[in-house]
Design a protein around this ligand. Structure first.
Ligand code: PMP
Length: 414
């Protein structure tokens, strides 16, 4: 079969699905949205599915024996099936809707962590982690007396697997790692790290917030115990995300939040938890958001995650190449090709805040700050950075305009 040409995604037709991108701001500058690692935009199909649900089929799920509730329940459970299939989940019961990555990690840190960690046990993280994959473990350590340790980076700017192996030992109970760094864009060798963690009997949680939206994801290949991600970074709505967990672990864990839906029986003496996945979905879930997320997952799969990943990596490589020619600009992270849709940088003598304000005036939305990764910035010896992050609707022309704007800002502010 003939190899596909590079940059072959039909971006022009994709962009028609995202009217928010088709506007000019600040005196007629075309908007260039490069803040996708913080949150993506959503296509009309997702928005329409949510409006349709509220207009025609909305009711609370699971409990009602009436037509509307049946419709909503069917759509909500269909979304679970679609999202589960997207990541290769074998059982629907293992796919739990949460409010996002942060909620998923907190759920595991409480429901699994409280019962499994004792004083002196170790929780191993990498220095790349988002605060969401640090603070819940620090809180767990405070509750239990466990210790949190961090694996640094090697000379190539990748997770240092030698240190990782040195730090892994029989006291390590949990390894929690992001599959893709939200600052550097590194793709972390998850399967290899899971294999090593297994050899000491540690459990593994993968923060896939930056992976599932951009790369083909197969949890069976990863062989991890828990995988978490957010809807709003993968063309879905805010307020919904997913925790996938190994069934036997989820079965053995006590519920996290108590309330409606998560029980099979309640008496004045106590309660019996319900079956999975309801056991971890207390209260009214984000029904319409989950339905929208299901449509987002279908949309991404129709285009193809492999194709999206290849296209984004080309955009990223282009940004890398062009930015690396700018005097005084330092790119963070390893060089391509393992860069997934994210480019972060600093410029000698310029504040990242000023750079991003200037870029915004040119219509270019990037992010300046610590990107919820203060330990990583401290490790790199910088207080913060500028980050441009791409998605399937960004174009080569937008990347070139962004780089030109960076050149201009440096000339102007220096
Ligand atoms: N982990 C990573 C790697 C992220 O990029 C983010 C979002 N920036 C999060 C966790 C937190 O996701 P949320 O705010 O949707 O819970």
């Amino acid at each position: 079969m003939k190899e596909k040409e590079p940059m072959q995604l039909d971006v022009n037709s994709i962009r028609q699905d995202f009217p928010i991108l088709d506007q000019s701001i600040h005196r007629e500058r075309p908007l260039i949205y490069l803040d996708n690692a913080a949150s993506s935009q959503r296509p009309l199909a997702v928005l329409q599915s949510m409006v349709d649900c509220y207009e025609k089929t909305y009711a609370n799920v699971h409990r009602g024996i009436h037509w509307l509730s049946e419709q909503s329940t069917e759509q909500y459970e269909h979304a679970r099936q679609v999202v589960g299939q997207m990541i290769g989940a074998r059982h629907q019961a293992e796919v739990i809707f949460t409010s996002g990555t942060t909620a998923g990690i907190n759920l595991v840190a409480h429901a699994w962590g409280n019962g499994h960690l004792r004083e002196g046990d170790k929780i191993l993280l990498t220095i790349l982690e988002h605060h969401s994959n640090i603070v819940p473990w620090q809180q767990l350590a405070e509750r239990t007396g466990a210790i949190v340790e961090f694996v640094g980076l090697n000379e190539q700017g990748r997770v240092d697997l030698e240190t990782y192996q040195d730090l892994l030992d029989e006291r390590t109970r949990m390894v929690a790692i992001s599959a893709v760094s939200n600052v550097l864009g590194n793709v972390v060798p998850v399967a290899e790290m899971v294999g090593l963690a297994r050899s000491v009997g540690a459990q593994v949680l993968i923060d896939a917030a930056q992976h599932v939206p951009h790369e083909p994801t197969n949890i069976i290949e990863w062989d991890a115990d828990f995988v978490v991600f957010s809807g709003h970074k993968m063309l879905g709505p805010t307020g919904v995300g997913v925790l996938w967990g190994r069934e036997e672990l989820l079965e053995a864990m006590p519920p996290f939040l108590g309330g409606g839906s998560m029980i099979s029986q309640v008496t004045v003496e106590g309660f019996t938890p319900g079956e999975l996945p309801a056991k971890f979905e207390a209260g009214t879930p984000p029904i319409v958001e989950a339905i929208g997320l299901g449509v987002a997952a279908e949309y991404l799969q129709q285009i193809g995650l492999a194709e999206i990943s290849r296209y984004e990596r080309e955009l990223t490589a282009l940004a890398h190449r062009e930015l690396s020619t700018i005097d005084g600009l330092k790119l963070l992270g390893p060089a391509e090709p393992d860069q997934s849709g994210i480019v972060s940088f600093v410029v000698d003598g310029l504040s990242n805040q000023d750079i991003s304000i200037f870029l915004d005036r040119q219509g270019v939305a990037v992010r300046a700050g610590h990107h919820c990764a203060m330990p990583l910035h401290e490790y790199l010896g910088i207080p913060n950075s500028c980050r441009a992050s791409f998605y399937l609707y960004n174009t080569e022309q937008e990347v070139r305009r962004f780089v030109d704007a960076v050149r201009q800002v440096i000339e102007k502010l220096r």
